[in-house]
Design a protein around this ligand. Sequence first.
Ligand code: 13P
Length: 248
Amino acid sequence: MRQSLIMGNWKMNGSREEGQQLAKALAEGLGSVNQEVAVCVPFVYLSDIRTVLAASPIALGAQNVADQASGAYTGEVSAAMLADCGVKYSLVGHSERRSYYGDSNESVAKRFVQAQKQNIIPVLCVGETLEEREQNRTFQVVEEQLDTVIDAAGIEAFANAVIAYEPVWAIGTGKTASDEQAQEVHKYIRQQIAKRSQAIADKVQILYGGSVKPDNAKGLFAMPDIDGGLVGGASLDAKGFLQICHSV
Ligand code: 13P
């Protein structure tokens, strides 16, 4: 049985004070849960939020990580720096990074490898655009995104990694993939892993992201290959996010 993981992604929202209040509300309101809960916060607030979450089981995540270990890479934040700030997870290859900042499959693979070198669990985000879905290229796109990382890091690396399927057309649009649409792709992703290692396929957590809300979380999380969620907008509201956490 895989443990569920519910991860909030705050993206570029909120002030220090708002972030601290949100984290405090989550820490106080979570109660006892079997699933893992984490929040991916802006780099500059990692240390502040770490302090607020210190006594709670909620884990700290980053939204990105540099594709190099250290050196002259102005503006980047290394995996070692994140580890230093108490980060347990880092997103890699979020669709907003891929589409607005040009993160290629190759650079995403490097970020994945850098994170793992510092014992940070990479959360590899994959997913197709609306155009790609309409061209029936969903599986192909997801497979390419996945394969580049498997080729670079090796299948064994997925024993300590998380995959998040986030169809780009469902992100921030209020348009969620149906339970069946999401399950179909999750199953496909797990099959791709199983081709190389059944044991790792059985173990790897695959999260769904894209307009997860309190009212649709339960249905999604009940699907056999959906092991939790990567939640954007709805993670900025403590009450709603906690409800999602308890939808597993
Ligand atoms: P929304 O939940 O706002 O659609 O965002 C999803 C996402 O991108 C999480 O990483």
